[in-house]
Structures are given as C-alpha cells and as structure tokens.
Design a protein around this ligand. Structure first.
Ligand code: FAD
Length: 301
C-alpha cells in the first residue's frame, strides 16, 4: 500500500477527538486572522481550544482577553495556558482565580522557559512556583480545573533521560494533571514509543500528540532546535528549493501532516492537538482527511 492510499480515506471508523491551539494576537490584523480561524474550526466541535501564554508572561492580558472572548462569543471550551515565569505564587493564584471566575475550567500548566531560551538555566521567581508540578497543584488548590501539562516524546532538553521525564509526568499527575499534550514531532514512531513507555510506567491520563503542520520549514527548524525536536532529513528534502513557493509548501505540509496523523490513528491514537498558528486552512483540511467533520445537528460528543 502506498502512503497516499493510507491518507486517501478516513483511517478509522470511530470519530477522532481534536483540540486546537491558538496564540493571543498582538495586532488588529492578527486579531482578524485569529477570529476567522476560530469561526472556521468551531464547527468541528473540538474537545477544547487552548490559548498560549507568551514567554515570561508577556501576553498575560492578551491571553486573558482572548480566552474571555472565546467564552463570550463561541460555544468552545477554552483552556488557558499559564506559566510560572516571573510571577510570585500569589500573583499566579490570582490569575487562576480570575480565570475560574470568568468561566474558564481548563488550564494548561507549564513551567515556561528562561527569558533567553533553554540555553540559559531556568531560575524561578524568588517567591514563585519552581516547576509545572507545583503549578498544577496550585491550580487544583484554587479550583477543580481540568489541568493539562506538556510532555516531550523526545525528552525535555533539560531532562537527563526519558525515565526522568516520566517520573516528572507522574508527579504532575499526582498533583492533579488530567491530560498530557505533547511537544511537536515528525515521526509517528517517536510519539508511539513515548505513549507506550508512559503506559508501561503506569501513566493513565490521555496524552494528545501535538501536531504541527509545517509550512515555513526554516521557521520550524529554528523552533525545533530550541525545544529539542528532531527534524528528519526526509522532511528537509521535501521542502528543499521551495523557499519562494508557499503554495507548494502548503500542499506538501498538508500531505505530510495528514499522513502522520493517519499513522497515529491507525495505531489507536484518538486525541489530536493541532498547533494551528492561528490559521484554519491546513488544520481543517487535515481534520477532513481524518474524517473529523461538523457533527450533525443534535449529535453530542
Ligand atoms: P516542567 O514539567 O516543570 O519541567 C521542567 C524541568 O523541571 C524538567 O527538567 C523537569 O525534569 C523538572 N521538574 C519538573 N517537575 C519536577 C519534579 N516534581 N521533581 C523534579 N524535577 C522536576 N511555554 C510558554 O512560555 N508558554 C506557553 O503557552 C507554552 N505552551 C506549551 C504547550 C505545550 C503543549 C508544550 C509541550 C510546551 C509549552 N511551552 C510553553 C513550553 C514550556 O514552557 C517549556 O517546554 C519549558 O521548558 C518546560 O515546561 P514544563 O511545563 O514541561 O516544565
């Protein structure tokens, strides 16, 4: 069977669950782009949509505004990302309380990165939470939030081993984490190996693979090197020579990403988290290939 045949029809009869990640826009034009993407993706009835928190808490107000607007104007269930960076414990707890009062029921709890990236050593705020585990516990102390946490199929760059990462994940679950969302990756086996190792270690919460449709290959290489994700040579070859051809890059991106998702689905993965980069078209196309459509009126999840 060729790989094209794998993705030419929905890989499984069951309906897959999807979630979408957005970032808070910082200009009017980007604002329009975000809300257009939200309008296009909402009918797919995602399990949740998450809104990122800029490095060092730089988007605190914009994240809050975006999440509040999702609650006010859509039927979507927003998850607010929150980090420990540059904030005292009391400030973080206030943010958590404000979210709960605004109707937010899901937090993506992350430690965050040092201001200069992972080349620097992370130093917690003197009165702050030291890691995501402590932030998960804080969220659960403030209110009965659903709490998602980051997981790293290729190991977190600071971690000595995958086994240590799994211990940390188990500590986050003991603190109240209810879901894992993975860093992006490009080989299905990378995620499947991690999923199986997590299950063998006794991790029982759902773990969604983080799916990054690549259109700007050079941008992805930079992001991948910052977060320790491997970029395979075959992917580089596919994008080689396409720097000035965005249309072909998008077609390649759709095909590669749909095939990755189809392979994961064929191995039993049921939840997919898309890094949309605030654009709907590729995510929508991939969801359709996977058989995720608007639900018929009256049908619920
Ligand atoms: P942690 O789980 O705290 O891990 C960080 C380090 O601390 C690891 O080396 C770990 O081994 C150690 N550690 C943690 N808990 C313990 C413990 N109990 N005992 C011993 N050691 C421990 N960053 C942002 O700034 N904004 C975002 O919106 C954002 N969204 C993200 C979404 C996803 C899905 C992912 C995967 C990452 C995201 N990030 C975001 C990046 C994230 O902040 C970085 O990857 C950061 O370097 C680590 O965050 P963490 O929550 O995994 O940290």
């Amino acid at each position: 069977m060729t790989s094209a045949a794998v993705i030419s029809r929905p890989p499984v009869a069951r309906r897959l669950n999807v979630s979408f990640e957005f970032f808070p826009p910082k200009s009017e034009k980007l604002e329009e782009q975000l809300w257009a993407a939200v309008a296009k993706l909402e009918p797919l009835d995602p399990t949740f949509v998450s809104v990122t928190y800029g490095a060092g808490g730089s988007t605190r107000d914009r994240t809050h505004r975006t999440v509040s607007r999702l609650i006010a104007e859509t039927r979507l269930k927003p998850a607010a990302h929150l980090t420990t960076v540059a904030a005292a414990r009391g400030e973080v707890d206030d943010v958590l309380r404000t979210y709960w009062e605004a109707g937010v029921r899901h937090i993506v709890a992350l430690r965050g990165d040092p201001p200069g990236g992972l080349a620097e050593t992370f130093t917690p705020h003197p009165d702050g939470y030291r890691n995501a585990t402590e932030l998960v516990a804080a969220a659960r102390r403030v209110a009965p939030f659903e709490v998602s946490v980051g997981v790293y199929p290729e190991k977190h760059p600071e971690s000595p081993s995958l086994a240590h990462d799994l211990d940390v994940l188990k500590a986050k679950i003991d603190a109240g984490a209810t879901r894992g969302i993975s860093q992006f990756f490009f080989e299905a086996e990378t995620f499947l190996r991690f999923r199986d190792a997590a299950a063998a270690a006794g991790v029982a919460i759902p773990i969604s693979p983080g799916i990054m449709p690549v259109t700007n290959f050079n941008g992805i290489v930079k992001m991948a090197s910052a977060c320790g994700a491997a970029v395979p040579a075959w992917l580089a070859r596919m994008f080689d020579g396409l720097d000035d051809d965005p249309e072909t890059r998008r077609l390649v991106a759709a095909a590669v990403t749909a095939e990755l998702c189809a392979r994961l689905a064929a191995e039993g993965v049921e939840d997919f988290h898309f890094y949309t980069l605030n654009r709907a078209d590729l995510t929508l196309a991939i969801c359709r290939i996977l058989g995720v459509r608007p639900r018929p009126a009256g049908e619920t999840a």
